[in-house]
Design a protein around this ligand. Structure first.
Ligand code: NAD
Length: 276
């Protein structure tokens, strides 16, 4: 499994397993299956309500803790400093872990009454506490990142954003790369929407792979981190088999040409959902 070196030297497995929309009571089994298949990177969030299941699967697996990379995220209701510090403690307690590999600010929420710069300063405190190997952001646009660069000390290690063939995000990915920030691509197969696109089906037939493998391989070759979600063992296996084939530049170009700036999720500039 290839890893990518973050700006603080921590190595992250390039392929992981996402658990968004996996019901809490099914999470331990799904993550257990993923670990059996060979996934060593799990992407969860307080918002997904399934951190406990992730922790349970990690413990049950018997795999040494330092061989599994665990990411979680700060929920939208906890952007004030004190709330953020408490939320991080709760995340660790729910996971049942002493430390986290990566903790992210889930959304910038630029229109709410708490400034994400305050939130990021709390993330810096969390980082300095030594209980989290790396800190980063999610759904941040270039102007949001620029404010962090100007007003805080620690650079986010990653920016986790929506990226797939219908939303290639080349500008924001390049901006991140220029500033040492690794892009993590969420909804990498657009929740399945890109899989019957004729251009993707054509590449899949040509290379003898499935559409999902072709799209995930496209992400990998672009250098992004991905963590597709599935609860079906055969699909989890399919999504894991990405490192024994390559796409040529024609295939890469054909897939990138599908970009139509189409989101499956909310726009980070206006998203203001805060759970009560
Ligand atoms: P995804 O693009 O991974 O698609 C998942 C869906 O595609 C599954 O429900 C399944 O129905 C289908 N699927 C999966 N593998 C398949 C295959 N091989 N063949 C056919 N269909 C297949 O979408 P996602 O779950 O939204 O994104 C992945 C992860 O990204 C999430 O689990 C979560 O960890 C993360 N995420 C983060 C944010 C954020 O705001 N930071 C938002 C959404 C998702």
């Amino acid at each position: 499994m290839p890893t990518i070196r973050l700006n603080n030297g921590v190595e992250i497995p390039q392929l992981g397993f996402g658990v968004y929309q996996i019901p809490p009571e099914e999470t331990a089994d799904a993550v257990g299956t993923a670990l059996e298949i060979g996934y060593r990177h799990i992407d969860t969030a307080e918002m997904y309500r399934n951190e406990k299941g992730v922790g349970e699967a990690v413990r049950r697996s018997g795999i040494p803790r330092d061989e599994i990379f665990v990411t979680s995220k700060l929920n939208n209701g906890f952007h004030r400093r004190d709330d953020a510090l408490r939320a991080f403690d709760r995340t660790l307690a729910d996971l049942g872990l002493d430390s986290l590999d990566l903790f992210l600010v889930h959304w910038p929420l630029p229109t709410i009454d708490v400034d994400y710069v305050e939130t990021w300063k709390a993330m810096e405190e969390i980082s300095r506490s030594g209980r989290c190997r790396a800190v980063g952001v999610s759904n941040f646009h270039a102007p949001h990142l620029s404010r962090l660069f100007a007003e805080t000390e620690i650079r986010p290690a990653v920016n986790q954003i929506e990226v797939h063939p219908y939303l290639a995000q080349d500008e924001l990915r390049a901006f991140g790369a220029e500033h040492g920030i690794v892009t993590e691509a969420w909804s990498p197969i657009a929740q399945g929407k890109v899989l019957d696109d004729p251009a993707i089906v054509e590449v899949a037939e040509r290379v003898g792979r499935t559409p999902a493998q072709v799209v995930l391989r496209w992400h990998v070759q672009r250098g992004d981190v991905v963590f597709p979600k599935s609860v079906t063992r055969s699909r989890m296996e399919e999504n894991f088999a990405l490192f024994d084939f390559e796409l040529d530049s024609d295939a890469m170009t054909a897939i990138t040409a599908l970009d139509r700036h189409e989101r499956t999720g909310p726009d980070p500039d206006t998203f203001d959902y805060v759970p009560r």
